[in-house]
Design a protein around this ligand. Structure first.
Ligand code: UDP
Length: 525
């Protein structure tokens, strides 16, 4: 690995936990193979992920965390609001502020003593393309959703299916030219940034991907090989499947527990609680960092859970932001009634610590791609409860393709649920039924658990030396090494000469600098 010891990668994640966490994993995995890695993010996001980076440093890995000021306040966004989970809904101005991060990134790179060999940008950070062009830095795009979803959305655009259904969110269709049969509608196959007011950002994303030097996907060929290959062929880009990044976690337990944020509960307390439960008996429930259940739906879930009689750990972040939920838990006595077999985490839970415990036998998940990979990597069958975007595709993959999941019965994102339903899609009786189906001791449950364990073993093996994701990463590092040598050779100017003369804005990037702020944004408590 002599060449790669000299390589320097800059990693630029989207400011959302579901995107930063796999990027921090990638930083650690890359550094373990030789290169030096710098993670660039904003102060709030850096603070949330510092424990993981420091743990990597203690393990001798050259990972550095660099803070760039978040341009939000320039657009009227309150100071300290720097991550998507802090928003109460999609705010277009917030994305404009993300796009403006090109300026501090440009400044940061200009001050570096040496040009980085490669910048890996989240696919949702296309604004990095102009910065890389300015400094002549090779650029790779990192995708955080599944290859299944990427290919489906690509094909739906390419075959004009989205155009043909227009605003009819629930009009049914089948994904054309797809390796498996996949049916759904626009509501359950919506692409990233595919909503009104943010069309430019969506176009930027497509353009930046089309001009990238290559693509990384946090997945592995064992579960998604056919989708990865089809996507690479469709985009005509070199593509590496380098995940599941979570399956390589070897950092010490304290950092694992604080992954993505400081947990709102002592991880040791949860582990002791789980230690006292039989193997595979506990349900873990989490809706990730962004999705929030409407209060009425949450009450139905609570009742179904209570009636199921099963032990559970529930990461219930709504308890922080929703007074109706606190009333249900406290005044109406839910927490007291289930205290012998239910543990509530009011906020951020140490998810990977929980999923890696043998007492956990089922995961009621919103099917974020990280949660999906974490379920797969730990051999925990899933009760699928998607909320938006790629989550419905992860559900299809878990249930229809991999056969390690049971559907909860959710049919659409909350925004599409008819008003009279009050946000409720699954009533308590059905919650109880699907929990029992997932945790069933009969042949169907046993077969599902067995498949889940096999997939977990495959996920771990793929990240080890000789595994397909390990080899893909080796190939990516060699590719960057070669590309960097070539670009350095072709550049006859000194490192600073070119960047001192132009700015990204002068080269035609970062247009629309003067963007008025939306109405004041609300920060979730
Ligand atoms: N997570 C966690 N504790 C929580 C909620 C989420 O550690 O209480 C982590 C989870 O393990 C995953 C990430 O946050 O790695 C969320 O990413 P995902 O893609 O599952 O969902 P998103 O939050 O992006 O919807």
């Amino acid at each position: 690995m002599a060449a790669s010891t000299e390589l320097h990668f800059l990693l630029v994640p989207l400011v959302a936990q579901g995107h930063i966490i796999p990027m921090v994993d990638l930083a650690r995995i890359l550094a373990a193979r030789g290169p030096r890695v710098t993670l660039v993010t904003t102060p709030v996001n850096a603070a949330r992920n510092r424990a993981a980076v420091e743990a990597a440093n203690r393990a001798g890995l050259a990972v550095e965390l660099v803070e760039l000021p978040f341009p939000g306040p320039q657009l009227g966004i309150p100071e300290g609001l720097e991550a998507i989970d802090q928003l109460d809904k999609e705010h277009i101005t917030f994305f404009h502020a993300i796009w403006k991060m090109a300026e501090p990134l440009e400044e940061y790179i200009r001050a570096l003593p040496r040009r980085p060999d490669c910048l890996i940008a989240d696919a949702c950070n296309p604004w990095t393309a102009g910065v890389c062009e300015l400094f002549d830095i090779p650029r790779l795009v990192m995708h955080c959703p599944s290859a299944y979803y990427l290919l489906a959305v690509h094909n739906l655009f390419a075959h004009g299916v989205y155009d043909s259904v227009g605003d009819e969110d629930m009009a049914p269709f089948e994904v054309p030219d797809f390796p498996v049969r996949a049916v759904g509608n626009k509501a359950t196959f919506r692409g990233f940034f595919q909503f009104p007011g943010i069309e430019k950002e969506q176009r930027d994303m497509i353009d930046a991907e089309a001009t990238a030097d290559g693509l990384l996907i946090n997945t592995f060929r064992g579960v998604e090989g056919v989708f990865v290959d089809a996507y690479a062929a469709a985009l005509c880009r070199r593509t590496w499947a380098v995940g599941p990044t979570c399956a390589s976690l070897s950092i010490e337990d304290d950092a694992k527990a604080g992954r993505g944020n400081r947990a709102d509960v002592d991880a040791g307390r949860i582990v002791s609680w789980l230690d006292a439960r039989p193997p595979a008996s506990v349900m873990y429930i989490s809706f990730g960092s962004i999705a929030r259940l409407p209060a009425k739906q949450l009450a139905e879930l609570a009742r179904g859970l209570e009636n199921s009689g099963r032990p559970f750990v529930w990461a219930i972040k709504e308890a922080k932001s929703d007074a109706a939920v606190r009333t249900l838990l406290d005044d109406e006595g839910f927490e007291e009634r289930v205290k012998d077999r239910g543990l509530l985490v009011r906020g951020w839970a140490p998810q990977v610590t929980i999923l890696s415990h043998p007492a956990v036998g089922g995961f009621l998940t919103h099917c974020g791609w990280n949660a999906t990979l974490e379920a797969i990597s730990h051999g925990v069958p899933a009760l699928t409860w998607p909320s938006f975007c790629d989550q419905f595709s992860s559900e299809r993959l878990l249930v229809d393709v991999l056969d390690v999941g049971v559907r909860s019965g959710v049919k659409m994102p909350v925004m599409n649920v008819p008003e009279e339903a009050d946000g409720v899609q699954v009533v308590s009786g059905d919650v109880e039924k699907v929990i029992n189906e997932l945790m069933d001791d009969g042949p169907a449950g046993a077969a599902r658990r067995c498949r889940a364990k096999e997939l977990a073993a495959e996920a771990r093996a793929t990240m080890e030396e000789g595994g397909s994701s390990y080899c893909d990463l080796t190939d990516m590092i060699s590719f960057v090494s070669e590309l960097s040598r070539k670009t350095t050779h072709e550049r006859d100017t000194s490192w600073t000469a070119h960047p001192m003369h132009f700015t990204a804005a002068e080269l035609g990037h970062n247009k629309g600098d003067k963007i008025e702020a939306d109405a004041a944004l609300e920060v979730q408590s």
